[in-house]
Design a protein. Structure first.
Length: 380
């Protein structure tokens, strides 16, 4: 447990967004502390796909994803965790999905999107050919092992001079002070990066933005010997989920067909996606259900849909080795909550499921905004 109580930067929350803030503050030569109520990195930062799906974003999220890519790769080397510049494949299984892919490619250009014929996508993927009309490859996306990446970053930060207050809960804030269950910690700038727990520290912001907890069905599966998925894989359900496709004219046709053809899947808000892991397993997901308080109970229906659709797509049986409930912060029609409710206290929360994708670029802009644009100087 750290004993210093005065810092340039204090980060509340040791999830990936908080760790990214600590990383960028450390890079500026600042004295940094992280306060975390748990005894290790937990929550959404280890429950996810480990997939930085940069290209599928738009607006600020796309800017953050692109800016953060080099930092993910740099940290993988410095902190010693696995990463891969694997890109993302997406299979189209209907003409309207291929139309949407072509529209997306026309907007983004060949450096972001490579359109693939049905023959080309089938050559790259171990999937059944039924209904496949084509696909695309997004070369700029990357992935990490979600169970290991954020904990490795925390260990590296700690070994690099960042103080961690584990099992320490922030209770309230004043300008320049975090009041915690282990005493006060002072800082020039405070970043509150507690994801869905923002409603416990700043309930007025959570109420204003209608923040909820989004609950997911997630699986880890193993395929028969010899099966290999070369990269993360999107499907048509991905094309109607990410903001990069939101304003394209052909998106609604895909969305309406999927809802009409698979009403039960639309009801559980299915996102049919797969990410291969370095141990040969595949992360399979996911479904989405939103509420202010996350229910501890999950219907088996969501897991059954994920397993059935995986086996239908790949044509092989899967052995399920893990099931879990992912949870992340969600707000209607908003991707980020960035506020300064108290002078020098900055709330930074990703309010959709793209924390891994955007964290590094978001934190970089956040730290720069506080220490440069506000002309905030660190005492010599």
């Amino acid at each position: 447990m750290a004993t210093e109580t005065n810092y340039d930067v204090v980060v509340v929350g040791a999830g990936i967004v908080g760790l990214a803030h600590a990383y960028h503050a450390l890079n500026r030569g600042l004295r940094v502390a992280v306060i975390e109520h748990a005894d290790r990195v937990t929550g959404a930062s280890v429950q996810n796909f480990g997939h930085a799906c940069i290209t599928a974003q738009s607006g600020a999220a796309l800017r953050y994803g692109r800016a953060g890519r080099e930092h993910w790769l740099n940290l993988a080397t410095r902190a010693g965790f696995w990463s891969a510049e694997s890109g993302t494949l997406c299979v189209a299984r209907h003409d309207d999905e291929l139309t949407l892919i072509n529209e997306f490619a026309d907007e983004r250009g060949p450096s972001d999107v490579e359109v693939l014929s049905s023959t080309e996508i089938l050559e790259r993927l171990p999937i059944r050919p039924n209904g496949v009309t084509g696909g695309m490859y997004l070369p700029n996306d990357i992935q990490v092992d979600p169970r290991l990446a954020a904990p490795a970053i925390a260990r590296w930060l700690e070994s690099s001079g960042v103080d961690f207050y584990w099992r320490t809960a922030a209770t309230h804030f004043d300008s320049g002070v975090v009041h915690t269950t282990r005493g006060d910690v002072q800082a020039i700038a405070i970043f509150v990066t507690v994801n869905y727990d923002i409603d416990r520290l700043f309930p007025e912001l959570a109420d204003r933005d209608k923040l909820q907890r989004c609950q997911l069905h997630m699986l880890r599966a193993r395929a028969p010997l010899g099966f290999a998925l070369p990269s993360p894989l999107f499907t048509g359900w991905s094309l109607v989920r990410y903001s990069g496709f939101e304003n394209l004219s052909s998106k609604d046709a895909v969305l309406q067909r999927l809802r009409s053809e698979f009403p039960d899947y639309a009801e559980i808000d299915l996102h049919q996606m797969y990410t291969p892991q370095p141990d040969g397993s595949i992360l399979v997901g996911d479904t989405h259900a939103k509420d202010v308080t996350a229910s501890p109970f999950q219907s088996e229906k969501g897991f059954t849909v994920l397993i059935d659709e995986a086996e239908n797509l790949f044509g092989v049986p899967f052995t399920i080795t893990e099931r879990w409930q992912g949870v992340y912060s969600s707000a209607p029609d908003k991707e980020f909550l960035i506020e300064e409710p108290i002078d020098g206290v900055h709330v930074v929360t990703v309010t959709t499921g793209i924390g891994m994708t955007t964290s590094m670029g978001l934190a970089q802009e956040s730290v720069e905004r506080v220490f440069e644009r506000n002309d905030l100087r660190v005492p010599a």
